[in-house]
Design a protein around this ligand. Structure first.
Ligand code: GDP
Ligand code: MG
Length: 684
């Protein structure tokens, strides 16, 4: 390198600051190096210059002109940059490339093209053509720098090169911007070493005529044949005095020219919005690289395609940056949700992450090609929502579970003690369940998504219904048990009394008291069941159970009263009353003349008649007969088959015979005892 302060980097590019300053703003970057390679550092450098989020709020200017015409000197004066200026004493420059600096205190990217004018020196014209093309495609303002004496000299003013550049790019300029306007560029002619004898106006007229002449001689495609130079370019002019011979004037004129780059209120302000290439600052490096690549491979420059490629690249980058932040926010909530927790304020958090990611994306990406921006936004929304939806649905599931637990607890608490109304307890718990779930579910919904909690709510309602049903069944069961216990208490005594007073209508009495008590029990059930919201069917089932249990309770009481021992003692008592007592209830004292045999036989026969009275539950009055459907199965106690007619039988035939025999033996003992007593009384 010919200049101090330039440090080549490993990749053949140079990035550096001026030797005297480490100020970032004075750093420069070699966008295109001697080897015609694009710098990998441009993007980073633009960021370092603080332009990353400038959006469209920046401008690009480039310079074009013969070698050693004071281009770098001009740029440094105008923009406070520090491009290399050719050493006066050596008067030669061999480096080629395009350098970029940021204008001091202004958002202007300045490009200095080194090594132009190969044509004049008979050297490599390829680089000149490419760099000019590149400058035109990326800059708003192209400064065409030339000596006054070059005006009107076709070759010397690089007019030939301009012609080539215009020509190969007619296709490029023919394409319109997304907003329908032509892409416009300003060509600012700066005439150097202006002596003053020829007024600027005359020079201007000559240059304008020359440009138009070049334009006319271009071989244009048929569809662009009527296009004028002015459809694409605005021409502007400035003249500067000799730098050495009129040094003061030179400096003041440059300051005057500078105003056209900084003072937006001036009519001749050069950075008009129409010239802006509408590439967001954060995409400039990628865009320029694409342009250079096309220029390098001699492809027709197609700016709309470049814009779209840029948009795809940048929108992807912006999207993944937004997504990364979003994922970092969302990740910590995944575990609690998976472990079954209801995360407080999840919906608010999710909405915030989501809208923050989208705002970030919109802010940076919306400046790019709208079609691409919108397409990638849809993709981004898809990824965001597919990350959030498991949290949403997990939250719903957890909410469902916790609400159901609270619901069950409320039901249990509500049914503590006496005097509660089951239906009211259920209704209140149910209302709170829905309220709680809806509050949580509505909180979790994120605006802009199509998530719904209706399905989960449906499931929850269904489960709540099952829980309530189960509770009601348990309650009914409890109630039936209570009624059954009361029933048993109520029938116990009367049945015992009736069974101890054998008479032909004994079963009528037993069945009557059974019937009455059962009616009362059924009425008690129905009164309570009203508050349970029980269905007809459930009531029918419960009543059937109640009837069967009542019947079995009666049977148990009868069994107790007719067990072998109890029944034999009944027979004995009955027999004794008739054999050992007379009609008046006075104990008999047997005398030898008494008809012991007759009395014994009579009492025995009467007693034995009791067996057919007791063996089966059989009222005299047929209307008192009780029946139950056989084989009623009890879903509450899972009772097996039930054969009602069998339950009417108290003793089997064998049992009857056995009891008869056992009683006979007891009776015989009484007889023998009676006989003995006469013998002993005779003996006295
Ligand atoms: P570049 O090659 O076009 O970038 O030219 P430089 O800025 O490196 O300048 C080349 C030489 O011309 C240097 O020695 C400058 O001092 C000198 N120079 C700069 N501006 C002017 C000017 O306006 N008039 C004259 N005559 N010389 C200039
Ligand atoms: Mg230079």
């Amino acid at each position: 390198a010919s200049t101090s302060g330039t440090q080549p980097t490993g990749n053949g590019h140079s990035v550096n600051g001026s030797s005297s300053s480490s100020d970032v703003s004075s750093e420069r970057v070699q966008v295109i190096n001697d080897e015609k390679e694009f710098s990998p550092d441009l993007s980073k450098q633009i960021e370092k210059w603080g332009l990353q989020s400038a959006g469209f709020d920046y401008d690009i200017v480039a310079v074009f002109g013969s070698q050693s015409t004071g281009k770098s000197t001009l740029l440094n004066r105008l923009f406070g940059t520090n491009f290399d200026v050719m050493d006066e004493t050596r008067r030669q420059q061999t480096t080629k490339g395009i350098w970029m600096c940021k204008g001091k205190g202004m958002n202007v990217l300045v490009m200095d093209v080194e090594g132009t004018d190969g044509r004049e020196r008979g050297e490599d014209q390829d680089f000149e053509r490419k760099s000019a093309l590149f400058s035109l495609a990326s800059s708003e303002v192209l400064i065409v720098n030339l000596w006054e004496h070059q005006v009107g000299l076709y070759q010397g003013a690089n007019m030939g090169l301009l012609k080539t550049v215009f020509e190969v790019n007619l296709g490029l300029f023919g394409k319109k911007n997304p907003d329908g306007r032509n892409q416009r560029t300003m060509l600012l002619f700066v005439i150097r070493d202006h002596i003053g004898t020829t007024p600027l106006a005359n020079l201007q007229a000559t240059l304008t005529a020359d440009m138009n002449k070049i334009w006319e001689t271009l071989s244009k495609p048929a569809e662009l044949k009527d296009r004028q130079l002015s459809d694409y370019f605005d021409l502007s002019f400035a003249a500067l005095p000799h730098k050495i011979l009129a040094a003061d004037k030179f400096e003041s004129e440059i300051q005057e020219l500078r105003k056209r780059f900084v003072d937006k209120s001036r009519e001749d302000y050069v950075f008009k919005p129409a010239y802006h290439k509408r590439i967001p600052a954060d995409g400039v490096a990628f865009y320029m690289e694409g342009i250079w690549e096309q220029v390098q491979t001699n492809k027709d420059l197609d700016l709309p395609t470049q814009r779209e490629l840029l948009a795809q690249f940048r929108c992807d980058e912006i999207s993944s940056a937004a997504l990364q932040e979003f994922n970092e926010q969302a990740k910590p909530q995944r575990r609690p949700i998976e472990s079954g927790k209801v995360v407080e304020g999840l919906g608010k958090m999710m909405s915030a992450w989501r809208s923050h990611a989208l705002e970030r994306y919109d802010r940076d990406a919306s400046r790019y090609h709208q079609g691409v921006y919108k397409r990638k936004r849809v993709d981004l929304v898809g990824v965001l929502d597919s990350t959030l939806s498991p949290l949403f649905f997990g939250q719903l599931k957890n909410l469902h579970k916790s609400c159901l637990v609270a619901y069950k607890k409320e039901m249990i608490d509500g049914m503590r003690g006496e005097g509660y109304n089951f239906a009211e307890v259920v209704a209140a718990a149910r209302e709170r369940l829905e309220k709680r779930f809806l509050e949580g579910a509505q909180e979790a919904v994120v605006e802009g998504t199509d998530w719904s909690y209706e399905e989960e709510l449906g499931l929850l309602r269904e489960e709540a219904r099952i829980v309530a049903d189960q509770c009601r069944k348990d309650e009914t069961k409890k109630m039936v048990n209570v009624i059954e216990r009361n029933f048993k208490k109520q029938i116990s005594e009367p049945v015992e009394v009736y069974l101890n007073q054998p008479s032909p209508d004994m079963w009528d009495k037993v069945l009557k008291v059974f019937r009455d008590t059962l009616d009362k029990a059924e009425a008690a059930y129905l009164a309570k069941a009203k508050s349970f919201d029980c269905t007809e069917e459930e009531n029918a089932t419960a009543l059937a159970i109640l009837r069967k249990r009542a019947w079995l309770a009666l049977r148990a009481k009868i069994d107790e009263q007719t067990s072998d021992a109890a029944f034999l003692s009944k027979l004995r008592n009955f027999f004794e009353e008739r054999f050992r007592y007379d009609e008046n209830g006075t104990p008999r004292v047997w005398k030898p003349e008494d008809d012991i045999d007759g009395a014994f036989r009579k009492a025995k026969e009467q007693t034995l008649e009791l067996i057919p009275l007791y063996w089966k539950i059989k009222p005299l009055d047929p209307s008192l007969e009780f029946t139950l459907p056989s084989e009623t199965s009890d879903p509450l106690t899972s009772t097996e088959e039930f054969d009602f007619p069998a339950t009417l039988v108290i003793f089997s035939e064998t049992k009857s015979l056995d009891l008869t025999n056992r009683f006979r033996k007891d009776a015989d003992a009484y007889f023998v005892e009676a006989k003995r007593s006469t013998v002993s009384s005779v003996a006295q």
